[in-house]
Design a protein around this ligand. Structure first.
Ligand SMILES: Cc1ncc(COP(=O)(O)O)c(C=O)c1O
Length: 440
């Protein structure tokens, strides 16, 4: 019936219809369990969302407790206790300077909100000519038209170009394949300087710059070189351009810190979060911003400075309850501190993988890893696209009882933060043998 009736996201359904498909029915800890009872280690946290494992009692109970009160009430013109508590909890852990929370329900909507909020901030401030956005090559911010407009992955985004609003594209901080033909550190962060040039050339026109701090995730887990994020913050501040940090993938401990911006002590003007906010349980997201931006929307009713944006399930109480429980667990179980040995083990295991003949580059930040496979290590020549090398490695890993999903030929490892050292070793060993098997 799946093959007869369904259409799966980011899936070539012709191949799907000819494949043995896996149907997941349950989860337990860091494992997914299919309809036949077979267990698989969740190597990508159910698309980068799960934090404490599946069926985490504390979160399950929080959702059940909320269900006994109410499943949903609108946030348009009404409030609810959980949303109030969660907003304070988020602001307590977010980079300094962020003092307002606007809820939504997924990463793309959080980004749409950030874009519209930035544009209307300038509009309300009497500078409607500041409506241009700068975004990066290889960026991914979601699949709605606005978030695709600030995206930079040709394969996913080029088709929709006629529908997209124009943005100014800046080079990706992708050192392995530097678009400027330079190498770090002798480049002196030329890709960041390029942004300075763009902002100077477009002085007074740019509303904001959108980027994924420290790791361009869907672009191939591209980790930015040291100093890059800080440089962008300094440049955007100098040009009075809002910096929008999209922490949808990197937030909630994935990079070894609560938020990726912390690595370079950066305070964005707007920050988006989703995925891990609810521990990977329910669709909820938030766009955080400063008091200065919030204040620009205050006015008399007739002034029409209101932020005319909202979603039916904004701040859904069940998602909020899961998120509060998730953040409480971060504290109670000292999750960030507990990551250190895991990150060390990952680093050591990745050394072996980096030595493989077809491992072009292995990129890691905290618990996020991308292994870029190439046909030729010396020339960095990629495998032909249609060979689906990354996908075949992931299917091979499945034979070891592991679920992972590639980004083209970048094999991604992003297990729940609750993965044990033993499970992590198994994951690394299995991925190494899957890569050997497919690329030999
Ligand atoms: C950085 C980033 N922003 C936004 C999104 C979109 O999130 P969602 O799929 O919840 O719309 C993603 C999803 O992978 C992401 O990685």
């Amino acid at each position: 019936m799946d093959k007869a009736y369904l259409w799966h996201p980011f899936t070539q359904m012709k191949s799907w219809e000819n494949e043995d498909i896996l149907i997941i029915e349950k989860g337990r800890g860091n494992y997914l369990i299919d309809v036949n009872g077979k267990r698989y280690l969740d190597g990508v946290s159910s698309l980068w969302t799960n934090v404490h494992g599946h069926r985490k009692r504390y979160i399950d109970d929080a959702i059940k407790k909320q269900l006994q009160k109410i499943a949903h009430s609108t946030f348009l013109g009404l409030s609810h206790p959980g949303a109030i508590v969660l907003s304070k909890m988020l602001l307590d852990i977010a980079p300094e300077g962020l003092d307002r929370v606007f809820y939504s329900d997924n990463g793309a909507t959080a980004v749409e909100i950030a874009i519209k909020m930035a544009l209307q901030y300038w509009y309300n401030a009497g500078k409607p000519q500041r409506y241009v956005f700068v975004s990066l090559d290889n960026a991914y911010h979601g699949d709605t038209i606005g978030s695709v407009s600030v995206g930079g992955i040709g394969l996913f985004h080029a088709t929709y170009r006629p529908l997209l609003f124009k943005t100014i594209k800046a080079p990706s901080p992708y050192c392995y394949r530097c678009g400027l033909g330079l190498s770090y550190p002798s480049c002196g962060l030329a890709c960041a300087k390029k942004i300075d040039e763009i902002l100077r050339a477009n002085s007074g026109r740019v509303a904001g710059l959108v980027l994924e701090p420290m790791v361009q995730a869907a672009g191939g887990f591209i980790t930015s070189p040291p100093g890059y994020l800080k440089a962008i913050r300094e440049i955007t501040a100098r040009h009075d351009v809002l910096m929008i940090a999209d922490e949808v993938a990197t937030g909630f401990g994935r990079t070894g810190r609560m938020f990726a911006c912390e690595h370079e002590h950066v305070m964005p003007d707007i920050m988006t979060v989703a995925k891990g906010i609810s521990g990977g349980y329910l669709p909820i997201a938030a766009t955080l911003t400063t008091g200065k931006i919030y204040d620009a929307f205050l006015g008399e009713y007739g002034e029409k400075k209101t932020f005319y944006h909202g979603h039916t399930y904004t701040a859904n109480p069940l998602g909020v309850a899961a998120s509060i429980a998730n953040l409480e667990l971060f504290k109670k179980e000292r999750i960030i501190q507990g990551l250190r040995p895991k990150i060390r083990l990952l680093k050591e295991g990745l050394r072996r993988i980096a030595a493989l003949d077809h491992a072009g580059e292995v990129r890691q930040l905290g618990m996020m890893t991308g292994i870029e496979l190439v046909k030729n290590r010396a020339t960095k020549e990629p495998y032909p696209f249609e060979l689906r090398t990354g996908a075949r490695v992931c299917l091979e890993a499945r034979k070891h009882g592991i679920i992972i999903r590639p980004l083209d030929d970048v094999v991604v490892l992003m297990p729940p933060l609750s993965i044990t050292l033993h499970q992590l070793s198994y994951l690394l060993g299995s991925v190494e043998s899957a890569i050997r098997k497919i690329t030999d």
